[in-house]
Design a protein around this ligand. Structure first.
Ligand SMILES: NC(=O)c1ccc[n+]([C@@H]2O[C@H](COP(=O)([O-])OP(=O)(O)OC[C@H]3O[C@@H](n4cnc5c(N)ncnc54)[C@H](O)[C@@H]3O)[C@@H](O)[C@H]2O)c1
Length: 358
């Protein structure tokens, strides 16, 4: 942009940030993730949080205090999200951060009344629910953006742009692990696979989303194995895995080797997201390129930034302009289905084909 076009564009930029463009935002679910999203939303320009729904009164009140502390008026508080939507027709955009088994029902109800929706990942629990959300989104007045915020992370976005540029040749192999301690024992639903979709769908879908993005589409097959080797009945009734590995294969022979476990001693292995191409490999989380010709590693050029804030700013912009989000329902459904494909393989101890799931 020349100095002249920059000056010419200035009034439009100012207008875009003015009060007339302010979006009235509501939240449904302000537990752990919802309160993080709320804190980020309160930093984003051009949004005012006017209403909050959560079944838990303490969560509602804590969220309301956060809004007031940020200098905005106290939001209207509801236990019943439908009542909130009914009584506040002026709401422009809704952020949904509730347990996975409620995603389909809440997202569809919110899209049906014309709101722009930011729905936390994964899309839903199973292929049929995911399809229903996609159908609702495609005929909705508002936009639907999914909470795969890592696509907005500057290091990962720069890594992906570098891979797309072809500088390293074709992507040939992907490797990731998510080795951590157990989930916090604060929410019962995390540990119930019928409510969370199990850890590959509820947690690992972020990494799977990045790898499907890097690979350029979904794999043809998955084969996985997993179980509960340490955290049996911890917490009581636990039905989610505490470890698994899965290998995904694409028709061109690329494969993605992934493992997740919850008994990693602090500082031992952690989280890695690595993509290998013909001339080298990229560490997505740091934006570092390693070259097969043994030339020195290079750090990609990007400005640091908070992926959640960037994702919410993109959401507000997409909602204003009715633009297709980077994390749209089609890409997010595909990533959720790839996670479901891995889960099916682990549960049924067999190779699962993409054509069975999608
Ligand atoms: N994008 C990320 O990095 C990220 C990180 C963590 C969690 N998540 C996702 O965010 C969502 C919420 O996870 P969490 O860790 O915040 O869970 P949580 O248990 O801490 O919070 C869920 C909140 O939803 C409320 N709730 C449940 N059912 C409701 C309903 N019908 N109406 C209104 N409120 C309802 C609960 O009372 C609770 O306050 C999940 O989809 C999870 O996968 C995303």
């Amino acid at each position: 942009m020349t100095r002249r076009t920059l000056v010419a564009a200035a009034p439009a930029v100012l207008l875009a940030q003015g009060p007339s463009d302010e979006l009235r935002v509501a939240f449904i679910g302000v537990g752990s993730r919802g309160s993080g999203l709320l804190a980020a939303m309160l930093k984003a320009k051009g949004a005012r949080v006017i209403a909050i729904a959560d079944l838990d009164e303490a969560h509602r009140n804590a969220a309301a205090a956060r809004v007031s502390d940020a200098g905005q008026s106290k939001p209207a508080l509801y236990a019943d999200f439908r009542k909130m939507l009914d009584e506040h027709k002026e709401i422009d955009a809704v952020v949904i951060a509730t347990p996975v088994d409620t995603h389909k029902m809440i997202a569809i109800a919110t899209l049906e009344v014309g709101k722009n929706v930011y729905l936390e990942k994964p899309v839903a629990l199973n292929p049929s629910e995911c399809a229903q959300v996609e159908v609702a989104a495609k005929s909705a007045k508002g936009i639907l953006q999914l909470g795969f915020q890592l696509r907005h992370d500057p290091a990962r976005a720069a890594s992906m742009a570098h891979l797309r540029s072809g500088a390293l040749g074709k992507v040939i192999y992907l490797h990731a692990h998510r080795h951590t301690g157990d989930l916090p024992h604060t929410s019962d639903w995390y540990f119930d696979k019928k409510r969370s979709g199990d850890i590959i769908v509820e947690q690992a879908c972020h990494i799977i989303d990045l790898m499907v993005w890097a690979a350029g589409g979904p794999p043809a097959t998955a084969y996985g194995s997993g179980g509960i080797n340490l955290l049996k009945d911890d917490p009581k009734g636990r039905s989610i895995l505490d470890n698994y590995s899965v290998i995904y294969e694409w028709v061109d022979g690329k494969r993605f080797n992934f493992s997740q476990l919850y008994f990693d001693p602090p500082g031992f292995s952690g989280i890695k997201e690595r993509v290998y191409a013909e001339k080298g490999a990229v560490d997505l989380a740091t934006g570092t390129v390693y070259h097969l010709d043994k030339s020195p590693n290079t750090k990609l050029d990007f400005a640091p930034g908070d992926s959640t804030l960037l994702a919410l700013e993109a959401f507000l912009d997409n909602a204003r302009g009715k633009k297709l989000p980077l994390n749209n329902v089609t890409s997010a459904r595909q990533s959720t289905l790839v996670a479901i494909m891995g889960r099916t393989s682990i549960y049924e101890k067999r190779v699962v084909k993409w054509s069975e799931i999608a």
